[in-house]
Design a protein around this ligand. Structure first.
Ligand SMILES: C[S@@+](CC[C@H](N)C(=O)[O-])C[C@H]1O[C@@H](n2cnc3c(N)ncnc32)[C@H](O)[C@@H]1O
Length: 373
């Protein structure tokens, strides 16, 4: 819900923008409303951003931009096909978002914890700009699976994802290249370059997903492929949320005592010998290991191309704030939504196949709601 004060702040920003051509600073908002501190002004603006009324570029002065005010003409809500409510909805995110951008009808309410059946690009177009914290997905690529002949415009998906993500939001993708006549298709590299050159992202990192349990040991003329790429795309200057603590991995030599010669000085001599205990857990690098065995879930096995649930679990913990919103535009059997539900985050899923939408619903229903979120 928007409070009375937040509505007043929104009106003040709207008026200042149209009168001066730029938004007020947080300190000007504080003074105008006699707020206790700049943090209180920041809180109100963040709230307006979270419920889709303004955008704000982090670490940049006067960077608030109004994208909706109640005076904007209401749109006709579009019917949503195949909607599921997982019971996870955080009601204060169900604030009405009635507005139009470039004449497109947008969802009246952000369809939280729902699976939307249809083409990813067409459905993404209805999702309001700057409304999503994190996208985790694995697109179909190189016609490796036919998916009943559905086609896909991956460059358009990149552009729409960039639009719907909040500033500082992240899109993590799992992708590989097919091999034909001993040559790789390069789809993963082309997609990375296209999304950075044309969709507005920068490449935060490319993580290697190391797959344990992959087939191919008997291949005679090529290596067994036991990795996929996980490019992590960033919108804006820096991730607005980053918590790598839950992703730590055990240290090989944890608990042992390390004795070293200390640091080398510029004249070549070393500082005194240091002795310290090696921590049991350490920061993860850029090769992430997962068991590729269908998570032993019979429902999940009904889908031909899934990723382990642990992948979205890791990305969500690292890049999605506790009350944030996750999106998977190719939700398949629902792995991303299952992870989001387990972690108490809101999520939106899209898939073109009615069969997979139903499968995902079944999996999500069977996933218990966390006791604490
Ligand atoms: C690689 S699978 C995703 C699997 C998912 N990560 C999981 O773990 O279940 C890709 C999915 O994209 C869907 N798909 C194919 N073309 C699509 C399109 N144009 N729009 C939306 N979904 C599409 C397919 O039905 C398939 O379920």
């Amino acid at each position: 819900m928007m409070t009375k004060k937040q509505k007043q702040v929104l009106d003040f920003i709207t008026t200042s923008q149209s009168r001066n051509g730029f938004s007020p600073s947080l300190d000007e908002i504080r003074k105008k409303f006699k707020l206790a501190s700049v943090s209180t002004a920041h809180f109100h603006v963040s709230r307006l951003r979270d419920i889709g009324y303004v955008t704000k570029v982090a670490h940049k002065p006067r960077a608030i931009d109004v994208i909706s005010n109640e005076t904007i003409v209401k749109s006709t809500p579009q019917p949503m096909e195949g909607v599921l409510n997982t019971g996870l909805v955080h009601t204060d995110f169900l604030e009405k978002i009635d507005f139009q951008i470039h004449g497109k009808n947008l969802y009246e309410n952000l369809p939280l914890n729902k699976i939307l059946c249809g083409d990813a690009v067409e459905i993404l177009k209805k999702i309001p700009s700057n409304s999503i914290d994190l996208a985790v997905t694995s697109p179909p690529y190189d016609d490796i699976r036919t998916y009943n002949g559905f086609s896909l415009d991956l460059p358009a998906v990149g552009r729409e994802l960039n639009r719907v993500l909040k500033d500082g939001g992240v899109a993590a993708m799992v992708i590989q290249d097919s091999t034909r006549n001993f040559g790789k298709s390069l789809t993963s590299f082309r997609t990375i370059i296209d999304w950075c050159d044309n969709a507005g992202f920068k490449l935060f990192e490319t993580v290697i997903y190391r797959k344990h349990g992959t087939e191919g040991a008997w291949w005679k003329k090529r290596f067994r492929v036991d990795h996929e790429y996980m490019p992590i795309f960033l919108k804006g200057d820096r991730p607005s949320f980053f918590n790598k603590e839950p992703l730590k991995i055990p240290s090989k030599h944890g608990g042992k005592t390390m004795t070293g010669s200390g640091n080398r000085r510029t004249d070549g001599t070393t500082t005194e010998t240091v002795t310290r205990t090696i921590n049991s857990m350490k920061c993860r690098g850029t090769v992430w290991d997962y068991l590729n065995a269908g998570d032993k879930n019979p429902l999940k096995r009904k889908h031909p191309a899934t990723f382990p649930d642990k992948i979205p679990l890791d990305f969500i913990q690292c890049f999605c704030p506790p009350n944030g919103i996750v999106l998977d535009p190719f939700v398949g059997c629902g792995s991303t939504m299952v992870a989001a539900k387990q972690l108490g985050r809101n999520c939106i899923g899209i898939d073109i196949s009615k069969e997979y939408c139903e499968l995902a619903r079944e999996r999500i229903r069977a996933t218990p709601t966390p006791l604490f979120s």
